[in-house]
Design a protein. Structure first.
Length: 291
């Protein structure tokens, strides 16, 4: 059975065909331009592929409330050409297949929960640290939605006493995305993350902010495991620094087997960078099952 998958990012769209086992049979990328240019290209790609359903994981914010008049829309995105755009409706009108829809980072969390590091667990979170910081939450066997969807990349942090950087988020001077995303690293240090690999000071500060966010997620969501992905996390020296800081910040208050085995609790993504597109395959499968 063939399932379409669309990982809709602010810079590029990843389009793929997969099957019910999560296998990616073919995959292409196209640039994210205006909807008038990009969406017809998406439809042309999937139109003659004989897919039974499509899963979309999209940049946001998005409307995931099925009772809302704007369900399936990208809503108040700063990517203005896509603001208040009905991505699900416009694609479904042409393809006429069931479409599963969620945030891109929830899609990655679902991929890890189905086939990766979160498989078999009742709950877990996936954090991407790259152009932005996003958090997908799987809890009680499903993806967490609410009034909106988790926007935990914007939790507010205490600044490091030696850090006078103002952050890069236009909304918050001290959120995790503003202080710890790839653009934050580049603006603070005037070099891209991969060019700073040997600068210990960079990664000690980065770990301080990421660990602070993770400690908050542990206290609020109590996940059984935390997966870290995204371009910044290719700096593998971050993992031991983050783990150590998380344990220090929790300060013995959370005393569980998972925290005692912190190396197995805070882990890298397990799907070779395909967790997002594999999660979209699963979104399509779930929508097909629900029809």
């Amino acid at each position: 059975m063939l399932i379409g998958a669309l990982e809709a990012g602010g810079t590029k769209m990843v389009l793929a065909i997969g099957n019910e086992n999560g296998e990616i049979l073919e995959q292409v990328s196209i640039p994210t331009e205006t909807p008038e240019i990009t969406v017809p290209r998406i439809i042309d790609y999937f139109k003659n592929k004989n897919i039974k359903a499509l899963g979309i994981g999209s940049f946001g914010p998005v409307d995931l409330d099925r009772n809302s008049k704007t369900y399936g829309y990208i809503t108040s995105t700063p990517k203005l050409a896509w603001a208040n755009y009905d991505i699900v409706g416009n694609i479904k009108k042409e393809l006429n297949v069931p479409i599963g829809f969620d945030t891109d980072v929830n899609g990655s969390a679902l991929g890890e929960a189905t086939w990766g590091s979160l498989k078999g667990l009742e709950s877990g979170i996936y954090i991407t640290v790259g152009t932005g910081v996003g958090v997908g939450v799987c809890i009680n066997g499903g993806l967490l939605h609410g009034m909106l969807h988790p926007e935990a990349g914007h939790v507010l942090l205490s600044k490091h006493p030696e850090d006078d950087f103002d952050g890069v988020c236009p909304y918050h001077p001290n959120c995790i995305e503003g202080l710890a995303s790839g653009p934050a690293i580049e603006k603070r240090w005037h070099k891209k993350a991969y060019e700073l690999a040997d600068n210990d000071k960079v990664w000690e500060l980065e770990a301080f902010y990421l660990a602070q966010g993770i400690a908050n997620y542990i206290l609020c969501l109590s996940p059984h495991r935390i997966v870290l992905g995204g371009g910044v996390m290719h700096q593998e020296q971050l993992f031991p620094l983050i783990r150590s800081q998380v344990v220090s910040m929790l300060n013995g208050y959370v005393d569980t087997p998972q925290i005692k085995d912190i190396d197995s609790y805070i882990v890298p993504a397990a799907l070779n960078g395909d967790q997002g597109i594999m999660g979209c395959i699963k979104l399509g499968l779930l929508e097909l099952e629900a029809v």
